[in-house]
Design a protein around this ligand. Structure first.
Ligand code: DC
Length: 229
């Protein structure tokens, strides 16, 4: 089977990361987390006190930063110029910083170029918000994973160490629905499924079932491509 680009898009909490990592493992493909790249630039910009309105400094920062995803002990680490930033980019502060820097057009331009070169020879599972629509509009496999706001809030709550009550869950559900509306409505790279993406609502699906469904879909797409070549 020719190594393909598998594009996985969808809102936060739809299961993209876990599913993408499982797919990459099963296919022996590289896993590329584009959200982590926006987080890295957000954190570095804050460390270097670069303002989000400073296009030239942000562009230079992107141009001089080398981001790699390296597997170590069964875990994918985010290495930035050799520094392991895997943990620091997972804080709520890093998420806030990423959500701001990811709206800056020069940052998107630079990171999209980086993502294209990372996936140029295929054999990658790339997850994000705009992979099937902007980064690889010709990707042979495009998937849009979704789940209801309540289910996504529930999944996020289950990842937290403290127990979350009903009221808190309601609040998280509302927040997620509001963020969705913002992401889907924004002018630059709005979150939307590519026309030819497989839409998969994972609200009532188990992880294994999602992975199995997608591996079957990828095999079908690969076979169709082989028979056309
Ligand atoms: O998926 P995540 O939470 O790690 O993403 C971090 C931020 O980057 C989030 O605000 C969405 C944004 N993002 C984006 O705009 N485009 C991508 N391809 C990936 C993430």
């Amino acid at each position: 089977m020719k190594p393909l680009v598998v594009a996985i898009d969808g809102p936060a909490g739809a299961g993209k990361s876990t599913v993408s990592r499982r797919l990459a493992q099963a296919l022996a493909y590289r896993y590329i987390d584009t959200g982590a790249m926006y987080r890295v630039i957000g954190v570095l910009a804050a460390e270097q006190r670069i303002d989000v309105t400073n296009d030239a400094a942000l562009a230079a920062l992107c141009d001089h930063t080398k981001i790699e995803f390296v597997e170590s002990d069964g875990r994918v680490c985010t290495l930035v110029d050799g520094r392991d930033m895997s943990d620091i980019i997972r804080t709520p502060e890093a998420a806030q910083l990423a959500s701001k820097t990811s709206t800056v057009p020069v940052v998107r331009e630079r990171l999209v170029a980086m993502q294209r070169s990372m996936g140029a020879s295929g054999g990658v599972v790339m997850e994000g918000r705009d992979i099937g629509t902007v980064v690889f509009p010709n990707a042979p496999v495009k998937v849009f994973l979704d789940a209801s706001p309540r289910e996504r809030a529930w999944r996020r709550a289950s990842e937290m160490h403290d127990k979350v009550g009903d009221e808190e869950l309601e609040r998280m559900t509302r927040e997620i629905a509001e963020r969705d509306a913002r992401d889907r409505g924004r002018a630059h790279s709005p979150l939307r499924p590519a026309e030819d993406a497989l839409l998969l609502d994972t609200t009532k699906m188990k992880l294994d079932e999602v992975v199995r469904t997608l591996l079957e879909h990828i095999a079908t797409r690969a076979a169709a491509l082989e028979s056309h070549s």
